[in-house]
Design a protein around this ligand. Structure first.
Ligand SMILES: [Zn+2]
Length: 355
């Protein structure tokens, strides 16, 4: 499966929307909502204690919070209520976030501030209001992946973007404000603190061994076996050796690639199968939909592209039915994680889920 059609249209306020279809569908629905100006970019402030950048996006206060289904902005438009998606059905759509944390340069920016340049997009996985990425069928998952690949390629061309972060939050426990199955793409004008740290470690490993760190990690996981959850010809899924969360799964291509833009069709085609299995296993642990953050790590646009490899980190905040792992004093204040489940034990639990 490699054929995915992209149709680009405009939204009522000038934002771009992209429809991705696995069949050659004609798309030309017009967004009939009355024009509204878009918010100006927020500004960036540097925390002088750590040197880290903070994006101040006060216009985000007014965004929708868990609206009822009939006012869901991510559903297709079927009534007088105009949603973000003008068409009456769709497979996968991507559009610019209405209240973005990072956005394109604007002439009206106040001169004394550092604008929070970048791009924030919403990826709507399906026109069905219920479900999540893991409940899509395999062809549909492949279309989502095609959208991630396409967006990474396109956003990489923006001169003010340094890092592209593709992710999905699932469950109100991790701050989801819209229940409709969707993910997001945050494109930052700087390299994020976590990636900066990963980059330093990966670069040192590459300098010392000549091998990308992720390649060495996968080799170790495959030889240790005990933390592996699933694998196929092109992908492997495992609980990392030093997991931070009770249910943490990493999924990586077996051959190093820096980012989505360089993922081959063969490897991409093998992804939906393992993605589905991993997410089913996660939900099977307690027999309830697991709240999680599914984060795609990829090399920055212009740095460390031979050192940092594309992989997917799924972390769940649930440790037992009715019990969440909160980031408490040590984790939140010091960044020092304490794990109460042995990673080998959690891998065994995930493997034992009957599919
Ligand atoms: Zn919806």
């Amino acid at each position: 499966m490699s054929f995915v059609k992209r149709t680009e249209l405009q939204m009522f306020d000038g934002r771009q929307i992209f429809y991705y279809d696995s069949a050659p569908v004609e798309r030309n629905a017009i967004d009939l909502r009355p024009f509204e100006p878009r918010p100006l970019p927020g500004d960036m402030r540097q925390d002088v204690l750590t040197g880290e950048w903070i994006a101040i996006a006060s216009h985000r206060q007014t965004r929708a919070f868990l609206p009822p289904k009939e006012f869901c902005p991510l559903c297709p438009t079927k009534t007088d209520f105009g949603t973000e998606v003008a068409d009456s059905d769709f497979e996968v759509v991507v559009f610019e976030n209405r209240s973005p944390s990072f956005s394109a340069p604007s002439a009206e920016q106040a001169p004394e501030t550092i604008p929070a340049l970048g791009r924030c997009e919403v990826v709507v996985f399906s026109d069905h209001h219920e479900g999540s990425f893991g409940s899509l069928d395999l062809v549909h998952m492949r279309t989502v992946l095609a959208a991630w690949i396409d967006r990474t390629r396109e956003i990489s061309k923006l001169p003010y973007v340094e890092q592209i972060f593709v992710f999905e939050n699932r469950g109100e426990e991790v701050g989801v404000t819209l229940n409709h199955p969707h993910g997001q793409i945050y494109s930052y004008p700087f390299i994020t603190p976590r990636t900066m740290k990963m980059l330093q470690v990966a670069q040192t490993h590459l300098d010392e061994t000549g091998i990308p760190l992720l390649t060495s990690i996968i080799k170790r996981e495959i030889s240790d076996q005990v933390r592996i959850i699933a694998q196929n010809e092109h992908w492997v899924a495992y609980v990392p050796y030093a997991a931070r969360y009770p249910y943490e799964i990493h999924v990586a291509p077996k051959v190093f690639v820096p980012d989505f833009a360089e993922l081959s069709n063969d490897v991409a085609d093998a992804f939906p199968e393992i993605a589905r299995e991993v997410l089913l296993r996660l939900d099977g642990v307690f027999g309830i939909p697991m709240a999680y953050i599914a984060a795609w790590h990829q090399a920055p646009v212009r740095a460390g592209r031979d050192a940092l490899g594309l992989h997917w980190q799924i972390t769940s905040v649930r440790r037992a039915p009715g019990k969440l792992k909160y980031l408490a004093g040590s984790e939140a204040a010091m960044g020092a994680f304490i794990m109460d489940v042995k990673p080998e034990q959690s891998a065994e639990q995930l493997r034992n889920v009957q599919l």
